[in-house]
Design a protein around this ligand. Structure first.
Ligand SMILES: NC(=O)c1ccc[n+]([C@@H]2O[C@H](COP(=O)([O-])OP(=O)(O)OC[C@H]3O[C@@H](n4cnc5c(N)ncnc54)[C@H](OP(=O)(O)O)[C@@H]3O)[C@@H](O)[C@H]2O)c1
Length: 130
């Protein structure tokens, strides 16, 4: 893949791998959009990466994903790369029957359902026209 001239949406770009990818892709002349759950962390990312575009989106929330994809495509019709990076890894004792399923369900919505919904929503923009 050519590493320049793309419009790239990275989910979870406020820290770690997502933030580092955003920095590298900006450096190579791409338009970069990142997401995160809180405006304050996105503001810190904008501070460290001038030129990055940010969107608040909790990807455990299907409605938020729908709004994000609509806004991103409207703001950047040339969007052509999705990096499904956002995710969480929660520690729990799987042998303890008293541990509620709530957190496990949130983890599945964030790490599995969210990325699938992102691909489904953005697929028309990611498939090159022949
Ligand atoms: N680092 C590793 O060794 C490792 C190993 C296996 C898998 N992974 C996976 O690789 C990805 C990046 O890892 P990392 O180490 O860079 O993690 P990280 O530093 O914790 O960053 C995670 C990113 O995901 C975002 N995020 C978390 N929950 C979200 C949600 N519900 N909606 C939207 N954004 C959300 C966070 O943004 P906010 O907190 O600002 O919302 C943050 O930007 C994750 O999916 C992680 O599970 C990492």
């Amino acid at each position: 893949m050519k590493m320049t001239g793309h419009t790239v949406l990275i989910t979870g770009g406020t820290s770690g791998i997502g933030l580092a990818l955003a920095a590298q892709l900006l450096k190579r002349g791409n338009t970069v959009l990142i997401t995160g759950r809180t405006e304050s962390r996105l503001a810190a990312a904008r501070e460290s990466l001038p030129g990055v575009h940010t969107y608040v989106c909790d990807q455990s929330d299907p409605g938020a994903i729908e709004r994000l994809c609509a806004a991103a495509v409207s703001d950047f019709p040339d969007l052509d790369v999705l990096i499904n990076n956002a995710g969480i890894g929660l520690k729990r004792n799987l042998n303890d029957p008293d541990v509620p399923l709530t957190e496990l369900e949130r983890e599945i919505r964030t790490n599995l359902n969210g990325p699938i919904q992102m691909v489904h929503a953005l697929l028309p923009h990611l498939i090159p026209t022949c």
